[in-house]
Design a protein around this ligand. Sequence first.
Ligand code: SAM
Length: 245
Amino acid sequence: MTQLNHKTTDPADISIKPIGIVHSCFTEKFGIPRQPGLVPAATGSIELYDWVEASSLDDLGVFSHLWIFFHFHQAAKRGWKPRVRPPRLGGNKKVGVLASRSPQRPNFLGQSVVRIDRIDQPGGIIHISGLDLLDGTPVIDIKPYIPYTDSVPDASEGYAFRPVHTLEVIFSPESLKVCVAYKARYGRQLKQLISQVLQQDPRPAYHQDNRTYGMRLWDINIRFSINQQTITVQTIEESHYAHTT
Ligand code: SAM
């Protein structure tokens, strides 16, 4: 068999058309957990495009979770590098990009397993939770999660151990009132979402100073301060963010 000289074979481009779009509580990147499942209260939906028959979703409801294969659309603008600095290694050590889950990768492809909460048929809307995706993320494919083959209990975790959180999250009385009103109006568990996101400590690994931060979830602006191991949610205000259409 002739040895392919990888330097000369110019792979033909493959054109892929997104099948839908993610609507997510994460309307900005700051605060998105590094993997799915870390913030169970993170809700959103996948809206299929018309060209994909909604009947493609028939019987997906017998599964509890699904894989989303998607395009890191906000990373694509910045290109990719063969070696990256995973935040969990403190932002110093470099590893090969294919030995990471970095968004800055050759084809900007990502994969996340998320919980299926509800499927609206017809309409082709899948309501999901536990996501780690930015609002507007293009969906390339979805597949049912199949435990017997997709989980490998004795696999080694390499440098990607499950993050441990010790931060305590407390709310000012005014911000608690906003959470109660928001839940009454939209049915969204805002307090749980904010708590679970902040427990992940959204600060960049190399920037762990005690100060006040701003973050946005859905159409809500949150201001919080960090002092040692305690996060205090100071204010929560509705902003006017146009969700992905
Ligand atoms: N679970 C996926 C995987 O393993 O391919 C994503 C892992 S990646 C480390 C998760 C991060 O990707 C999030 O914390 C967020 O900062 C970033 N992200 C999510 N959606 C994105 C998008 N559409 N474009 C660029 N970056 C995105």
